[in-house]
Design a protein. Structure first.
Length: 155
């Protein structure tokens, strides 16, 4: 649930003004970008980078939820965009928010399915929606998309 729609809109407006393409390729304050290969162990790398970055920003309290969400975003990207060149994990601090995004070269729109709690898969975006303030995706100018999740911080 979005607690402060104006703050959320401001955060998302910043990403759209700067552009995900720029955020993924140039250094920006309070932004971490990490290229990831298309392989299963990229999920662990993404979790580690997320935890380390949040700890460095003094936001350890978000680490568990953010690591879970990043795991789902990277898993989805690896699963559904096989055979491409690579992914990029992006973390951006825009107080009072943290934006997590995974960019991949696929133009396929992510769609949330009703979770089947018996099946081993199909719950990824449900988990992202449950643990983050909101989530969505933006197309990249170079092709592909960035799937993002927004978290609100305590400070």
């Amino acid at each position: 649930m979005v607690e402060d729609p104006l703050a959320t809109a401001d955060c998302l407006q910043i990403t759209r003004e700067v552009g995900f393409d720029s955020l993924l390729t140039r250094a920006h304050p309070y932004t971490t970008a990490c290229p990831l290969p298309f392989q299963a162990d990229s999920v662990k790398t993404a979790r580690d980078v997320t935890r380390t970055t949040l700890r460095g920003w003094g936001l350890s309290e978000l680490s568990d939820d953010a690591a879970l969400v990043v795991s789902e975003l990277v898993t989805n990207a690896v699963r559904y965009t096989r055979g491409h060149t690579g992914l990029t994990l992006l973390l951006m601090r825009v107080a009072p928010h943290v934006l997590l995004a995974v960019a991949d070269p696929s133009d396929e729109v992510p769609t949330r399915k009703e979770p089947d709690f018996i099946s081993e898969n199909g719950r990824g975006l449900y988990i992202v929606e449950t643990y983050s303030q909101c989530w969505g995706w933006d197309p990249l100018a170079r092709g592909g998309k960035a799937v993002w999740a927004l978290f609100r911080t305590e400070h």
